[in-house]
Design a protein around this ligand. Structure first.
Ligand code: PMP
Length: 349
């Protein structure tokens, strides 16, 4: 990475001059104090949600910052990490001019967001063992390559990308490297958050939708340098994380012990599922997983997908994805759900 990396050079031209929308609740948050709030045209009668939520989510951010060993200024929260990813696109990418790099087979939203934002998506296939092909990536890069998406653990393959390859990309890529850590809490390897200080172009996204069991409340996390977060904050809708989400998320992150318990349970169940899959006659290959799902190659994915469906089990058919011909992706469920899956697999064998 260039020593004189300057985030200002990466920001989309029209965003450079913007200031964040200043909302009524930026400075004073209704907190049960004696203050009288006549500033935001709300209905004054208390019902728990009659006030606008804190646009800066101060309570939640301060707990997250402490847990992750960073400051609140290194964090931006969104309506799921999908919103966070969209905000990153719109802060940095000039429509019709800039491009992003993504590494299929991977999470489908990078492609969708590139399409929505009229940004070219340059796809560079992962290697056969599902690792980033560093040389091929650097060959596709030009001065308009703003974002490189590394999904680690990767969806749908389940593996973590090699640290050495990620470091090479962080050093060589002159745009932002976005490491999508949606599944990091299931992985043996550490989050890249602890390396934030080493790489000015590192952006990490996380979510409460997976290990934290809160997909329904929509809470996504973006972690990066203060400068990058300040840039994305310029375009963030003021009240993008609603009051109920902030409350639920805060309660959940304060109860890390039960999150850890559930993760342990899911990892044990993943091992049980792996054992069974190894015995299933139509399963040809099982890929190692650092996530809460398992990708398996079968004899005929379309046929097996349909059979499972007929038996009342919905899995994800990934056969049309590059390098994923005839694969099915199995999310690890509760012990009862996995029992049902295992019964059906044994029946079909
Ligand atoms: N990144 C990856 C890799 C995912 O698999 C998903 C959800 N399937 C997301 C991000 C989106 O998560 P969220 O619910 O936080 O929008």
């Amino acid at each position: 990475m260039d020593k004189d990396f300057n985030i200002q050079n990466l920001i989309r031209e029209n965003v450079k001059g913007l200031s964040p929308y200043s909302s009524a609740r930026d400075e004073y948050v209704s907190d049960g104090s004696q203050m009288v709030f006549l500033d935001a045209n709300e209905n004054p009668f208390e019902n728990g949600v009659n006030r606008y939520p804190d646009p800066q989510q101060r309570g939640l951010k301060s707990v997250l910052a402490e847990q992750k060993g960073i400051t609140a200024e290194n964090i931006l929260l969104g309506n799921g990490s999908d919103e966070v990813l969209d905000l990153i696109f719109r802060t940095f990418c000039e429509p019709k001019i800039d491009n992003i790099i993504s590494l299929p087979p991977t999470y489908g939203m990078y492609q969708v967001l590139a399409g929505i934002n009229t940004v070219e998506n340059r796809e560079v296939l992962l290697t056969e063992d599902f690792q980033p092909d560093v040389e091929a990536i650097l060959e596709r890069v030009d001065e308009h390559s703003k974002l490189l998406f590394l999904c680690s653990p990767n969806n749908p393959t389940g593996n973590v990308f090699s640290e050495e390859r990620i470091v090479r990309l962080l050093n060589a890529f002159e745009g932002l490297v976005v490491i999508d850590e949606a599944y990091i809490d299931f992985a043996e390897s550490e989050s890249w958050v602890s390396r934030l200080g080493e790489f000015p172009n590192l952006v990490i996204t996380q979510t409460l939708s997976k290990a934290y069991g809160m997909a329904g409340i929509r809470l996504g996390i973006c972690i990066a340098s203060k400068e990058i977060i300040a840039a994305v904050n310029k375009i963030k809708p003021p009240y993008n994380v609603n009051e109920l989400t902030q409350q639920k998320a805060l309660n959940r992150v304060l109860d890390l012990a039960s999150v850890k318990n559930e993760v342990t349970n899911i990892l044990n169940e993943r091992e049980r599922l792996l054992k069974v899959l190894r015995e299933v006659s139509f399963v040809e290959k099982i890929y190692a997983s650092d996530a809460n799902f398992v990708l398996a190659k079968v004899d005929d994915a379309n046929k097996r997908y349909k059979q499972l469906l007929e038996e009342g089990v919905v899995v994800r058919n990934r056969t049309t994805q590059p390098l994923c011909e005839n694969t099915l992706r199995f999310t690890v469920g509760t012990p009862d759900e996995n029992k049902k899956l295992i019964e059906v697999l044994n029946k079909l064998t």
